[in-house]
Ligand binder design. Structure first.
Ligand code: RIB
Ligand code: CA
Length: 315
């Protein structure tokens, strides 16, 4: 008897790498059931992230997916976006038609709260792929849901890889450090996919060619999105390909054995502007602070891309 698929809510700021993560989820119905997609301001403003989320679901042939708009700015800080990486639309690369599927009326945060209140306790996993504003707002507005969340598997943070938007901080955490602080102190079981892992998931030429060789519209789109968004990081890091961050979150739900990490203490810098948004990870256990997060350090990158190719080819 195979386990039933895990119920998840994807919270996202598409972003080409978010798009690949969402396609992986929608190509894996036996492993994950997407209850809804909530957009948040991050890579680009909310009006674009919610539009992009609908474009991605339509590309996967899943106009039935419920897409919601969430928060349009961080809890307290000014919104910082990343058009320099993702382009003006957030999904630059291929030409994209406007979406036709509807955006849900309900606010994304209310959808998260209602879903967690109605689904049986500890049966829904939250998968944040962008700043944690929607998640933290939901926890603040409805503390009763904290004990009902099965797990939070998120992309964010960095330790050995240090920051990508400042010398100390990774983008998702940097955009809303106060939100991240609330989530990391919530006591909810958290799995973190930091840059330490995602910088090992590089879009090499042969991996991108595998998407192109699918001969499908999703495969072509993923290849063209990758061709666009990898140019910034390849120039910056001089690497053979760019890190494909967000799909690590969904791949963990499907094949956790692809990843290695440690259950350690992770706290968020929210005071100093110099290190604002840094994930202070006690990787070597030098404090007695509570081990609040499974912080990943390694990934089988070939296995990850084999999974991506297998599942996206299904769409
Ligand atoms: O730092 C990488 C993260 O920031 C990814 O989630 C990317 O999509 C951007 O949101
Ligand atoms: Ca993202």
């Amino acid at each position: 008897m195979t386990d039933s698929p895990r119920k998840i809510i994807i919270d996202t700021d598409p972003g080409q790498d978010d798009a690949v993560a969402i396609l992986l989820a929608l190509g894996s119905p036996e492993d994950v059931e997407v209850l809804g997609v909530t957009a948040v301001a991050g890579n680009v403003p909310l009006a674009l992230t919610e539009r992009n989320a609908r474009i991605i679901c339509e590309l996967a042939g899943r106009t039935d997916i419920l897409v919601f708009a969430g928060c349009d700015r961080p809890l307290t800080r000014k919104l910082v976006t990343a058009e320099y990486v993702h382009g003006k639309t957030g999904l630059d690369g291929p030409q994209l038609a406007d979406p036709t599927m509807p955006l849900q009326e309900q606010h994304g945060v209310d959808f998260i709260i209602d879903t967690l209140r109605h689904e049986p306790p500890n049966t829904v996993t939250l998968c944040p792929l962008g700043p944690l504003t929607n998640i933290a707002t939901a926890l603040q507005r409805a503390p009763d849901i904290i004990d009902r969340i099965e797990q939070i598997v998120l992309m964010g943070g960095a330790y050995f890889e240090v920051g990508n938007v400042t010398p100390a901080a990774e983008f998702n955490i940097y955009v809303d450090p106060q939100a991240a602080d609330i989530v990391f102190k919530s006591g909810i079981p958290i799995v973190v996919m930091p840059l330490d892992v995602t910088h090992k998931a590089l879009t090499t030429e042969e991996r991108v060619q595998a998407f192109r060789d699918m001969g499908t519209e999703p495969g072509r789109m993923v290849a063209e999105w990758t061709d666009f968004f990898e140019r910034f990081d390849m120039h910056k890091y001089g690497s053979n390909g760019a890190p494909l961050h967000d799909p690590c979150v969904i791949a963990y739900l499907i094949r956790p054995e692809l990843f290695q990490g440690r259950q350690i203490n992770v706290e968020i810098e929210t005071q100093s502007e110099l290190t604002m948004g840094m994930t202070v990870a006690d990787w070597w256990g030098v404090t007695d602070r509570p081990a609040n997060a499974m912080f990943m350090g390694d990934v089988d990158a070939d296995g990850l891309f084999a999974l991506l190719s297998e599942r996206i080819a299904r769409l």
